[in-house]
Design a protein around this ligand. Sequence first.
Ligand SMILES: [Zn+2]
Length: 341
Amino acid sequence: MDKKLTKLKRALKAFPSLKKESGSGIKAIKKILKCQVQLGLSGVKALFLRHENMQAAALARQHTLPASDWLAQPRREAECPICGEKGSRGTPAEVSLFFRVRCRIPKEQAIESRFCESCEHVFFSPPPTKEQLDRYYSGGYQNWFNMQERIAFEPGFSAHLEMLADPTSDHWKTRNSVYKEGLSEFKDFKGNVIDFGGDDGTLTQKIFPSTDNISVVDAGFTGNLSDLLRQCDFFFAAHVFEHLPKPYETLKDVAKNMKANSYFWIEVPQQYNGSLRDRWTEIEKGVPSPDPLAHMHEHIHHFSERSIETLLKRANINIEKRVLFPGSIMGLLGRKMDASQ
Ligand SMILES: [Zn+2]
């Protein structure tokens, strides 16, 4: 039994979140071991799942404030993180429990979902801090254990993962259509590409098959990128900017360091149909909808056509092509303005 426990303890080092969140992790596992659970990876996974489900239920009780308490908290004025204007309308945000727990956002902290009257951007206020987001994305954010931990909180998330893993899913059919329409002219491109927040880089390898110079860069560390950016001909960021605490500041810094006339591809989800302004009015009236605009999870921005264009223009990027799949995806191809013009 002791040998098995040592082996398990060692295996547990791979699950920092489990260790952090629960002082009773080892105790719980000892108990389960007595029930003769088989070891090996499948056994460890089974223990992990059982533990995560118990943790999720306990944390749900600790981290949920009654709706009346949220509504009683004062509203605040907030600057739009995209256009910088102050005029915005707010409504209490419903924060994903998994996100709140992983970021360790205190349950007393009220968060609003806000709609910018000027650029029609939806954002959360206050946004999560960099420290909170670092907690969320650290420790192999997309590894099996983190994903299972999320499923323990959000059982519906498993269908989302299946869709992402299936190259024939509607999601990938749409994404492939977007790239065909927006980027097929780059199949012979031989320049230096930065794949910003690109995970394992397989997507950019398909889009830019003729270049050997693709650098996949973690979206959390823009501060050390200047040398790489100065050599970069194409900055590719698909489904990244909706996760960033300061999308405008990030893009402005990137564009400032890149060569004149270098290319940009910025792609974000558009998870509503029709006008975002109309949808927002419905949200204020409490009209239910499956879209997540008032629900903060790892998407802390919801872009409108106007706000994504504003983001690029304010960063001195000329928009050359718009690939819009309403209700699904917006992809914009741009080039850094030549300072001499
Ligand atoms: Zn705005």
